[in-house]
Design a protein around this ligand. Structure first.
Ligand SMILES: *Cc1c(COP(=O)(O)O)cnc(C)c1O
Length: 437
């Protein structure tokens, strides 16, 4: 991958040095490709610390953070209660390799919050959660085929690295080398929001489909919203043919409501993958669902799944503290209003500058697409002017607003963001738009 020249007008010498050092020992200088700025050119910015709604880079520049570590930090950086809980846990042992009560406490909170989840297993990442949910679905149904949707990202699971979103999409690597054909042979990739195609596939393959997995609101091709008709068809067809419906709520869980997208929509999937927010910024994933399905998981049942650091006490403590704060001081209504103001303001500013655009938003998740076309699947998302996005991105970055470094990612607003900060962002955006991007 060639590095495009940067569009930034700000020098960040310490970041530049840090990146050179990292590149010598870490592939591409990053431990996850979505951070590499591949979609916008230039070099990633190295962070020194996070403070509430802000990130501070090595050179001392402050940014209003509109990513929140790609979703987990709904309470902002270093929330005092989350820090205190994690420190207290760390002081009494980083990991036991034996059960501890915090695991049940977080599991109880998840079961209480998400109506379709009766039992839950903790993992250390969203990838593991999605991968394990599929294994259990296959084990429980005795079937092999799985259905996914183009543009949805479920972590770097072999069988799901077909038309995947997020870093895989930005980098234009729909199929990664190293994933043998055999791994994706049973994966059917359909168009998001396409009811007809879903019906056709079930008519032909229905009896061999173990599960359908989707992001119930997509963040990983930029924000895409499912139609009511699509959600209904998913539930009806999977029930009719005995396939399991799996909602990947790694990003939307505890983000769109305390019980995730399914609570907001009043949907009832058979299984759910979680991650991000439930770890409060620490490495946690989880998958859960109906008891009869989850009792297939070893040692209750025959489907193997394990993890040395699964249910890690420090990560559990951070997750419990985060969910407790979200439960007791639900920020969702305020976040919805704040993010609406942000999106309406951006849209007005883009319109005034004659810039064709679409803004998709649910709650505090949003994407500004630079396209005149309504965006409801991967093909329409890809009509976006990514060169214009890059200019917008760097214009905002240089003014202290840290947005996702790709057109095909969702942005987030955190609960510690103020209305005054949104006003400042809108002033900056007007400046960038009128500078002739
Ligand atoms: C982030 C994400 C994953 C992967 O989670 P990791 O913790 O990065 O492994 C899976 N599914 C969705 C919807 C995600 O947004």
């Amino acid at each position: 991958m060639s590095t495009q020249p940067t569009l930034s007008r700000v020098d960040r010498p310490k970041s530049h040095e840090a990146f050179a050092r990292a590149k010598a020992v870490i592939p591409g200088g990053v431990n996850s490709p979505a951070r590499a700025f591949g979609g916008v050119g230039g070099e990633p910015i190295f962070m020194a610390r996070g403070e509430g709604a802000y990130l501070i880079d090595l050179d001392g520049n402050r940014y209003l953070d509109l990513i929140g570590s790609w979703g987990p930090l709904i309470l902002g950086h270093a929330h005092p209660k989350v820090v205190a809980a994690a420190m207290e846990a760390a002081q009494t042992g980083a990991s036991f390799g034996a059960p501890c009560e915090r695991e049940s406490e977080l599991a109880e909170m998840v079961v209480e919050a998400v109506p379709s989840i009766e039992m839950v297993r903790m993992t250390s990442s969203g990838t593991e959660a999605a991968m394990s949910a599929i294994r259990v679905a296959r084990g429980a149904t005795g079937r092999n085929r799985i259905v996914k949707f183009a543009g949805c990202y479920h972590g770097h699971v072999d069988a799901l690295l077909v038309s995947a979103g997020s870093g895989a999409l930005t980098l234009g690597v729909p199929n990664s080398p190293g994933v043998p054909e055999g791994c994706t042979r049973d994966t059917l990739v359909l168009r998001y929001n396409d009811v007809q195609q879903l019906e056709d596939v079930f008519r032909v393959h229905g009896d061999s489909i173990a599960c359908v997995m989707l992001e119930p609101v997509v963040g990983n091709m930029g924000l895409v919203i499912p139609t009511l008709e699509f959600r209904k068809a998913l539930r009806e067809l999977t029930r009719k043919y005995g396939a399991l419906l799996i909602y990947d709520e790694v990003m939307t869980g505890f983000r769109l409501s305390y019980g995730g997208a399914q609570k907001l929509f009043n949907d009832e999937p058979d299984m759910t993958a979680l991650g991000k927010i439930i770890g409060g910024g620490y490495p946690v994933g989880a998958y859960g669902g109906r008891q009869d399905i989850m009792k297939q998981v070893m040692p209750a049942g025959p489907v193997y799944q394990a993890g040395t650091l699964s249910g890690n006490p420090v990560a559990m403590a951070a997750g419990i503290a985060t969910l407790t704060e979200l439960r007791n001081h639900a920020p969702y209504t305020r976040l919805d209003q704040l993010t609406r103001k942000l999106c309406e303001g951006l849209s007005a500013a883009a319109t005034d500058a004659d810039i064709p655009h679409q803004i998709n938003r649910v709650g505090s998740m949003w994407t500004l697409f630079f396209t005149p076309v309504e965006v409801n699947d991967l093909d329409s998302a890809k009509t976006s002017d990514t060169a214009r996005f890059s200019r917008f991105f760097w214009g905002m970055m240089d003014r202290g607003f840290y947005l996702p470094c790709s057109q095909f990612e969702a942005a987030f607003v955190s609960a510690v963001t103020t209305e005054a900060e949104i006003d400042q962002l809108l002033i900056a955006a007007r400046e960038v738009f009128s500078s002739g991007i």
